[in-house]
Each structure stands twice: as structure tokens, then as C-alpha cells.
Write a protein that binds this ligand. Structure first.
Ligand code: NAD
Length: 483
């Protein structure tokens, strides 16, 4: 097998890391190393920041329509290479090819298109005292900004940051997760193919505590848009806050899925399979704590467990499999350790709970059977800490007050799912749930114009729509007296 070498993308060119050091990149479905990625250092980040600074005047001087045209070109170029991107995302992350084809790559294309259009519609405020004074607000790009993303939805989340940052007129130094660098590398090739001006987007690969923290701590990087774990968010804030950088932090979650007995049962059951196990449960929006109103509990338990036990886990390229591999050996071990913890805490495994070793090419891959656990208290560690794998707990409840207590008991507050046909209850509960996003009778239905983000330890700030353009610009008020 030819070992592919991933490169940094700096100043419009593909570059080796200055140190010459590389990290292994694994295919989760096989457990084998299949490419090498730069282990970039402060020196590589410095080079990227210099290139981004040099490109800033030109890029920020373009009209919104001109920048939009570049983003449209990136979107079209990804679309034209759809199969390559889809297969690469699946191989790098372990997710089923059909999921990458349905969700990840089309959404990355949409992110660029959405912000191409949004920037041409973005307006700023004015405040007027007729005949006397007018204030108007300029929304100016920040300069060089840093975008750092995780491994679970690699290109989807990478582009969700890069697109608004570029659309607003900033130049970017971006770092994908070292665990899933491949589609970011393909993106750099796309940028070269379409002739994106050098330095507008720079992609640096490497470890979080080297390349990532060098981006965060660089004095010329004016803002950090980060998605990843809560602990990492804390480390980033420790460096960036004293430097007074703008920060958008999208962090971990432990989302409740609240099911009332009056719900549309079939729709709820089907969607709950998705919201529990899509992407092997490695979506920050998955509902990993399932609370079911008592009259429905036994029926739900029987049907849910039966359906989950029928899910197929295995080679991501085989369309028969609904679940692929989890992202790394370390992550697999973490998930299995939480299953052990759940047992120690008195939980009963209703289905799953074990690693899977498929026949053939995936026998050394990192697979875990979708797992359903019951019998745990709402405040035990299994129900309080983020597992981020194909593991859910189920628990009955009797009243709205009780389930609100359960739902809001965690330190996180990213998303919640609510199933009820009672309109008043839906509104009442949606208001009281501590989360940035509440889905009622649906899950992962995304309108890119809406604010996206979490409360409590799930983050600070919002992405999406004009919120992201607000983040990536600095408002300046101009006050003119003319009366
Ligand atoms: P992670 O925090 O380990 O890594 C995320 C990124 O940060 C990677 O690119 C990593 O290299 C980089 N990084 C690590 N340490 C750093 C440091 N000290 N300074 C700068 N950068 C650093 O997260 P992960 O394991 O890749 O992703 C899983 C986590 O992401 C989960 O907690 C999940 O809930 C969260 N997540 C949140 C959202 C959201 O929208 N809120 C979306 C997806 C994932």
C-alpha cells in the first residue's frame, strides 16, 4: 500500500511541516495506518499567520459578491468531487459511506453556499434621531482568525467555521482534528485547483496542544472559533481570554430525549434510533439520555431494544450496515470503560455492551454494538458525563417536573429532543429545558439561519445564520450630528 502524505496548505501552497515530523493517520474500520499527517509546530503556524496577514487587505477589499463567488466556486468544486470526498470521510472517520454521502459532504457544500448567499444579504444597523443625529454601524472583518474543529463531523464542522469567516472578509488559519485530517487536505487541493488567492485560507495539520494552541496563542489571530470537548474549550479560554480574543466555543453535550406517552409513537421510535446511534452516537446532538413517561415505558423498552438489536454494525462501505466504526482505539476504550462503569453503577445492559470484530478486512477495526442500558439513577456518572458513543440509557418518569429535573441535572446544555402531541406542554417544556436547541417531534432538522450553540458547559456564543457573521466581524458605531 502506498502511504499517502498529507500536507499543510499555507500561502496557497502544499507544504511539509518545518520540523519534518509526521503523525500516523488510522482507518478506524481496519485499525491500520493509511496516511501520515504533518505534526506542525509554532513555526508552521507562524508561516500561515504571515500568509493570512498578507492576504487580508486583498480579500477584505473584495465586495461581498466577489467573496461569495469564491465560496460558490469552492462549493461547486467539492460537489464535483463528491464521491472522492464521501469515501475519504468514511475511511478517515469510520462512519458509513451512506451517511457521509447523505449528511457530511452535502452539508459542507451547503455551508459554503449558505454563507456565499448570507454575506450578500448581511446588513448593519443605523440609529437615527430625525433632523439631528444619525448613528450607523460598520461591520468590519477582524483580520486573521483561527478555526479549530473536531473529528466527529470533519468537513461539515470545519466548513461551518471557515465559510462564515471567509464570507465576512477575514483570512483564516484553520486546523482540522488530527484524527480526521483527510477531507481538510482535499479541501486545500480544491482551493488550489480553483485558484483561491494565496493565504486567504491556510490549513495547518497537527496536534491540539502543539499546532492548535499555537493558533490560539498567536497574537495576530484575532478570534478563535472552536468546536470540540469542554476541557479543550477551557484550555483555549485560558489562553485566549487574557489576550481579549473573541471566542466562539461549541463544546460537549449530554442531551436528553424526553418522550411523553401521547407522542406519535412510530415517528418517535424511528427518530429515536437515529438520535441515539447515528454516526455511532458520535454527534454532539445525539440524545443519549432517554426519559420515557411511565405508561409508555415497557412498550418503548421492548420495541426500542428489539429494533436496536437488529441494527447492523460493520464495514462502513457496506450499505447494509447502519453503524460503522468508532473513531479511534482510545475512543473505543473510553466508551467500553463507560459501559463497565454503568454496570458498576447498577445498570442493566438490555442490548449491546460489547466490541464487535467483523469478519474480513475489518476484523481489527474499532466497532461497538449499539448499547441500551436501564436501571441507572439520573445523577450517576454514566448519566452525567459525555460518553460520545453508541450508548444510551433509558429511564421512566411520571411528571413534567420530575423529567425537567433529570434533563437539567447535567453540567451540559447543548440540545434536547421532546416528543409530545400536546402543544401547550411542548411550549412549556421548551421554555424550561436548559439547552441551546430544543427539537420538538423531530431531531437534527437544521435550518442554517438559526442560532446554533449551547448553554452551561456546552459552550459560549452561537454559530449559524447572521450570528456567525456577527462573530466574525467587529461592530464600529459612527455617530454624525448634522442638525
Ligand atoms: P477535542 O477537544 O479533543 O479536539 C477538538 C479540536 O481541538 C481538535 O482539532 C484538536 O486537535 C484541537 N485541540 C485539542 N487540544 C487543543 C488545545 N489545547 N488548543 C487548541 N486546540 C486543541 O475534541 P474531539 O475529541 O475532537 O471532539 C469530540 C468533542 O467535540 C465532544 O466533546 C463533542 O461533544 C464535541 N462536539 C461539540 C459540537 C458542538 O457543536 N457543540 C459539535 C461536535 C463535537
Amino acid at each position: 500500500m502506498i502511504m499517502e502524505i498529507i500536507k499543510n496548505y499555507t500561502g496557497g501552497m502544499l507544504k511539509d511541516p518545518i520540523s519534518g515530523a509526521y503523525i500516523d493517520n488510522y482507518e478506524p474500520a481496519t485499525g491500520q495506518i493509511y496516511s501520515k499527517i504533518p505534526q506542525s509546530s509554532e513555526a508552521d503556524v507562524e508561516e500561515a499567520v504571515v500568509a493570512a496577514k498578507k492576504a487580508f487587505d486583498g480579500w477584505s477589499g473584495l465586495t461581498p459578491e466577489e467573496r461569495a463567488a469564491w465560496l460558490e466556486k469552492i462549493a461547486a468544486a467539492i460537489e464535483a468531487r463528491m464521491d472522492i470526498f464521501v469515501n475519504a470521510e468514511s475511511r478517515d472517520n469510520g462512519k458509513p459511506v451512506k451517511l457521509a454521502a447523505k449528511v457530511d459532504i452535502p452539508r459542507a457544500v451547503s455551508n459554503f453556499r449558505f454563507y456565499a448567499r448570507a454575506t450578500t444579504q448581511y446588513a448593519s444597523e443605523s440609529h437615527h434621531f430625525p433632523g439631528k443625529v444619525i448613528n450607523y454601524t460598520l461591520r468590519q472583518p477582524l483580520g486573521v482568525v483561527g478555526c479549530i474543529s473536531p473529528w466527529n463531523l470533519p468537513l461539515y464542522l470545519f466548513s461551518w467555521k471557515i465559510a462564515p469567516a471567509l464570507a465576512a472578509g477575514n483570512t483564516v488559519v484553520a486546523k482540522p482534528s488530527e484524527i480526521t485530517p483527510y477531507t481538510a487536505f482535499l479541501l486545500s487541493q480544491v482551493c488550489m485547483d480553483i485558484g483561491l488567492p494565496p493565504g486567504v485560507l491556510n490549513i495547518i495539520h497537527g496536534l491540539g496542544n502543539e499546532a492548535g494552541s499555537a493558533i490560539v496563542g498567536h497574537p495576530d489571530v484575532k478570534a478563535i472559533s472552536f468546536t470540540g470537548g469542554t476541557r479543550t474549550g477551557q484550555s483555549i479560554a485560558r489562553i485566549a481570554a487574557p489576550m481579549f480574543k473573541k471566542m466562539s466555543l461549541e463544546l460537549g453535550g449530554k442531551n436528553p430525549n424526553i418522550i411523553f406517552a401521547d407522542c406519535n409513537y412510530e415517528k418517535m421510535l424511528q427518530t429515536t434510533i437515529q438520535s441515539s446511534f447515528a454516526n455511532q452516537g458520535q454527534i454532539c446532538l445525539c440524545g443519549s439520555r432517554i426519559f420515557v413517561e411511565r405508561p409508555l415505558y415497557e412498550q418503548f423498552k421492548a420495541d426500542f431494544v428489539r429494533k436496536v438489536s437488529q441494527l447492523k454494525t460493520g464495514d462502513p462501505v457496506d450499505d447494509k450496515n447502519q453503524l460503522g466504526a468508532v473513531v479511534s482505539q482510545a475512543h473505543k476504550e473510553k466508551i467500553l470503560s463507560y459501559i463497565e462503569l454503568a454496570k458498576q453503577e447498577g445498570g442493566t445492559i438490555l442490548t449491546g455492551g460489547y466490541p464487535i470484530y467483523p469478519e474480513g478486512r475489518c476484523r481489527d477495526g474499532w466497532f461497538i454494538a449499539p448499547t441500551v442500558i436501564e436501571g441507572l439513577s439520573f445523577d450517576c456518572r454514566t448519566n452525567q458525563e459525555e460518553i460520545f458513543g453508541p450508548v444510551v440509557t433509558i429511564m421512566p418518569f411520571d411528571t413534567e417536573e420530575e423529567v425537567l429535573l433529570y434533563a437539567n441535572s447535567v453540567p451540559y446544555g447543548l440540545a434536547a429532543v421532546l416528543w409530545t402531541e400536546n402543544l401547550s406542554r411542548a411550549h412549556r417544556m421548551a421554555e424550561l429545558i436548559e439547552a441551546g436547541i430544543v427539537w420538538v417531534n423531530c431531531w437534527l432538522l437544521r435550518d442554517l439561519r438559526t442560532p446554533f450553540g449551547g448553554v452551561k458547559q456546552s459552550g459560549v456564543g452561537r454559530e449559524g445564520g447572521f450570528e456567525a457573521l456577527d462573530f466574525f466581524t467587529e461592530p464600529k458605531n459612527v455617530c454624525i450630528q448634522y442638525g
